[in-house]
Design a protein around this ligand. Sequence first.
Ligand code: ADP
Ligand code: ADP
Length: 229
Amino acid sequence: QPSVEFRDVDFGYDPDRQILHKLSFRVEPGQTLALVGPSGAGKSTIARLLFRFYDPQGGQILIGGQDIAKVRQASLRASLGIVPQDTVLFNDTIGYNIGYGREGASQEEIARAAHGAAIGTFIESLPRGYDTEVGERGLKLSGGEKQRVAIARTLLKNPPLTIFDEATSALDSATEAEILDTLRSLAEGRTTLIIAHRLSTVTHADSILVLDKGQVAEQGSHRDLLQRG
Ligand code: ADP
Ligand code: ADP
């Protein structure tokens, strides 16, 4: 399991408006760091920088001690798994959607990932099982089901670094609670970055970083942050 480190990262989408200001934080190997903060604080920007959709103007980002600016794009992206807020599925089979990015995965591996994401029994109950077409012209999955497909895809990929970007914030609260349980077990023992809106959804994180205006406002365990008010 790799560590992740931001070292004095400066970033702005436009030269005249800085979003991250000398941002530094570290995720220890196998640990879960939650990034919380108000909308516009720069949380998703951090995920975009990890994928190198953009490069910082200053500082360094390291995964496993390696500066990601020196890693080939393809191998960098292969090392990251993300569960986004709204998973958009390909108009293809549910099995293809789970196996995407891991072509050559066996049916058994796909089924194991689906069960790990607690959607295996549901898929296997469908008349065409993993060959069921989903998306626009196929079976319409609920928001929670789509998130479980994204979780299964991540489980199958088994990336060194997993990112959840507001992965439950578009769901109703009952579905959110179920998916949070699955995410918690997925994060166990993996280097994980969780981007979240509310503190109450990240109580299990090893450390919580409160981001405000692109800077670290506070960092500590859930209990530390509650005690400080
Ligand atoms: P958060 O995820 O914390 O809500 P974001 O990282 O999405 O915040 O955005 C941080 C700031 O960067 C916001 O002020 C937002 O308007 C701005 N921003 C986000 N994406 C872009 C972009 N592609 N171009 C210019 N500004 C952007
Ligand atoms: P497994 O895939 O391990 O066999 P199940 O499919 O039986 O697990 O579901 C495990 C949990 O996930 C149950 O609590 C169930 O309510 C929930 N669940 C099952 N199917 C779905 C689904 N399609 N979408 C969301 N949650 C589901």
